[in-house]
Ligand binder design. Structure first.
Ligand SMILES: [Zn+2]
Length: 72
């Protein structure tokens, strides 16, 4: 497995479980390849950040203050 293949599998793994052979090959590649280990760290960090952003977007918007102080 080369890095290109490993990267493809890593992003695939984010969306669905890999089959046994691919999962094993990917794990093996990450053992020997620092670059891909770092890439995976970044990938999961970015994904986590995206999920947090989605959670924020799902939260109800804060209601604006409808009672402004009256200044006549
Ligand atoms: Zn690699």
């Amino acid at each position: 497995m080369n890095c290109k293949e490993a990267i493809r599998l890593m992003s695939e793994e984010m969306d669905r479980d890999l089959d046994g052979g691919n999962r094993f090959a990917l794990r093996l590649h990450k053992l020997i390849c620092v670059g891909c280990r770092n890439y995976q760290k970044q990938l999961s960090f970015i994904r986590q950040a995206c999920q947090q952003q989605v959670a924020v977007d799902d939260a109800p918007p804060t209601t604006p203050d409808l009672n402004p102080p009256q200044r006549l």
